[in-house]
Design a protein around this ligand. Structure first.
Ligand SMILES: [Zn+2]
Length: 82
């Protein structure tokens, strides 16, 4: 299965200024990790496909947020609707 082929079917959303990492999901949408960066505990992730986001805690260090966001991207099958 190629996610690259699916990704081409959708337009990548604008990149917010505080975007740290953008994961592509298996559904062809995107999970954004945003925040101040590596040395802050105020980073978070949100999914453009299903609308889910990090919430326990809502904000955390990048080393905690990164694997959670990547796992969500690997499992989320929602396609982008806007
Ligand atoms: Zn999702």
């Amino acid at each position: 299965m190629s996610t690259a082929v699916r990704a081409a079917a959708f337009t990548e959303p604008d990149r917010p200024k505080n975007l740290l990492i953008r994961f592509i999901t298996v559904g062809g949408s995107y999970v954004d990790v945003t925040g101040p960066g590596e040395h802050s505990d105020k980073n978070r992730w949100n999914c453009h496909g299903c609308g889910d986001f990090s919430d326990r805690p809502e904000e955390d260090f990048l080393f905690c947020i990164r694997p959670d966001a990547n796992s969500h991207a690997a499992n989320c099958r929602a396609i982008p609707l806007r």
